[in-house]
Design a protein around this ligand. Structure first.
Ligand SMILES: Nc1ncnc2c1ncn2[C@@H]1O[C@H](COP(=O)(O)OP(=O)(O)OP(=O)(O)O)[C@@H](O)[C@H]1O
Ligand SMILES: [Mg+2]
Length: 418
């Protein structure tokens, strides 16, 4: 059988993850003519359709990933959209002498909420008050000291796993159990709850120079889905001074962790005092189609830049300059009713709406949706643009109303019938 010429000639990239968070980068890799080997332990991962080769390997299986990278003679490795594999990618790249935008040290710092907090403290980067604890008694003291509500979280997870907003002292113990259950390190963080607004600074660094790209408002769900993003909206509606301060803080946070090259995704919290502080920084692309939004509104191919960084290709500063502009844009996430997915209808009608640039569905028929509690419970996303942010949001809402998730509801349990 004739071999695909790309298999012979194209640069070979190993992509860790083929889930919803990697869809945009995988599509971009195909657009850029790369030969892509994608890794995911889920054979039905939606991103596999963009890959030339798929490997059913966990994105956390470092030895398996290294063997694969070696056997496939890859030219680069990237972990877009998810935290833990960012450190694996950096270590594997170093061991195989592949180019990589960040060092293993920087990657390790950026994948630990605790270690980055320590660095931020040392560098004077503003962040919420926090205490690291290993059990319920310590956490109770920390919570009393920081005040209620407070936030209890696992230091090394994402997607709201192990994360709880704790309103009162009597809920500390269960939140500690949830955090320790999720934690990889037998520690947890108790944090001051910064009530207010949230921004995301999507940036890219070249040779030590940090360039902010889209600064978006992160709109989140109410408890029990505490912290789950329902939309990222550009431009932020906060005042220009606060946005400028948020950009400065994001740049300082990246520098504190040693990010000199490649993408960064910094979540900023703005409390009642109006001062931005760092919720968390990831040395990677955002996992909520943030790079696609950036390309749609600023004309900057952030996925393409991340690909170039992963392959050690030179990046010219003009590639970071906005060239085309929409007045507004958003990624609005879709939530399905609980039950087993039979199918989805209304996509064509939704796509036909003005301003709707893309619709992503995360799950295949047969998937069982539960109630919305964490990021992975979301069902998909719509990317929309418009003359202003409100227009983009309106169109995304209209499109979302047209997309119907046909689910089979679980029969009521006998207890509920009583
Ligand atoms: N100290 C805090 N003060 C206020 N809100 C917080 C705090 N910590 C977390 N949150 C809320 O929870 C969200 C997720 O927090 P965090 O990034 O720590 O968890 P995560 O599991 O890594 O989530 P993600 O995968 O979305 O990054 C934040 O965007 C914010 O809405
Ligand atoms: Mg996170």
């Amino acid at each position: 059988m004739a071999r695909d010429p790309r298999e012979r000639d194209a640069a070979r990239l190993l992509v860790l993850g083929a889930g919803p968070a990697q869809l945009g980068l995988l599509a971009a890799a195909r657009r850029h003519g790369l030969y892509v080997i994608a890794v995911d332990r889920d054979p039905s991962a939606p991103g596999f359709r963009y890959a030339d080769r798929r490997a059913i390997v966990s994105t956390e299986d470092e030895a398996g990933i290294e063997r694969l990278a070696s056997a496939e003679r890859v030219d680069g490795v990237i972990a877009p959209g998810i935290d833990w594999p960012v450190a694996i990618a950096a270590r594997v790249a170093e061991r195989l002498s592949l180019p990589h935008p960040i060092s293993p040290e920087t990657a390790a710092l950026s994948t630990s909420k605790l270690r980055q907090r320590e660095r931020f403290t040392a560098a004077g980067v503003p962040q919420p008050g926090y205490v690291v604890c290993s059990g319920a008694a310590e956490a109770a003291d920390a919570a009393n000291e920081l005040g209620f509500p407070c936030v209890i979280k696992a230091p090394d997870r994402q997607g709201q796993r192990g994360l709880t907003l704790v309103a009162e002292p009597r809920h500390v113990a269960s939140a500690v159990e949830i955090a320790l259950d999720a934690s990889r390190s037998a520690t947890l963080l108790v944090e001051e709850h910064v009530a207010g607004r949230e921004l995301t600074v999507n940036g890219f660094s070249v040779g030590g120079r940090f360039r902010p790209l889209t600064v978006t408002d992160r709109l989140t769900a109410e408890p029990p889905a505490f912290g789950v993003a329902l939309a990222h909206v550009w431009p932020s509606e906060l005042d220009p001074r606060t946005i400028a301060d948020a950009i400065e803080v994001a740049g300082a946070a990246g520098a504190a962790l040693g990010i000199a090259d490649g993408p960064s995704y910094t979540q900023i919290l703005v409390g009642g005092d109006g001062q931005p502080c760092v919720g968390e920084l990831a040395a990677r692309l955002g996992g909520g189609h943030d790079a696609e939004l950036c390309r749609a509104v600023l004309g900057v191919d952030l996925n393409g830049l991340a690909l170039a960084a992963a392959l050690g290709r030179p990046i010219a500063l003009q590639q970071l300059a906005p060239v085309a502009r929409e007045g507004g844009g958003c990624v609005r996430f879709l939530v399905a009713p609980p039950g087993q997915l039979r199918g989805v209808t209304g996509l064509e009608e939704a796509y036909a709406l003005d301003g709707v640039k893309g619709i992503r569905l995360y799950r295949q028929p047969g998937h069982a949706f539960g109630a919305l509690l964490r990021g992975p419970d979301r069902a998909g996303a719509i990317l929309a643009v418009g003359a202003a942010r409100a227009d983009a949001l309106d169109q995304a809402d209209r499109a979302a109303a047209l997309v119907r998730f046909d689910v089979e509801q679980a029969p009521a349990s006998p207890l509920e019938k009583v």
